[in-house]
Ligand binder design. Structure first.
Ligand code: TYC
Length: 102
């Protein structure tokens, strides 16, 4: 192996290449059919929000068409989208859940 100077130069070069992982927001979209209470329960269950916060997010989606439920690493965001969509379809609701890089 090289001397200390060469070693630290390699480590410094590696550190310069490291980037923080990209993050993804997960949002719900409005529709005319999914019950408000179902959306509140989804936000509480999958995004770890208390009932008041979940209600505020649901009302924002209802009013504005879209609302952010959380921001996560790519794999966690993907899993949340899949779990929410599976739960909604099993319950017969058209709720849409999307992720976007931030
Ligand atoms: N707009 C729906 C209703 O009036 C409620 C709703 C809120 C649906 C948020 C989806 O992501 C949503 N029943």
């Amino acid at each position: 192996m090289g001397n200390k100077h060469e070693n630290s130069t390699i480590l410094e070069r590696q550190a310069q290449k490291l980037k923080p992982p990209s993050m993804f927001l997960v949002a719900l979209l409005n529709d005319d059919y999914t019950p408000m209470e179902f959306v509140v329960a989804i936000i509480q269950e999958y995004f770890n929000k208390d009932r008041e916060t979940a209600m505020q997010i649901m009302l924002k989606v209802h009013r504005d068409g879209k609302g952010v439920c959380g921001t996560y690493s790519k794999d966690i965001a993907l899993t949340k989208v899949e779990l929410v969509l599976t739960h909604a379809r099993k319950a017969g609701h058209p709720l849409q859940c999307v992720m976007e890089e931030v």
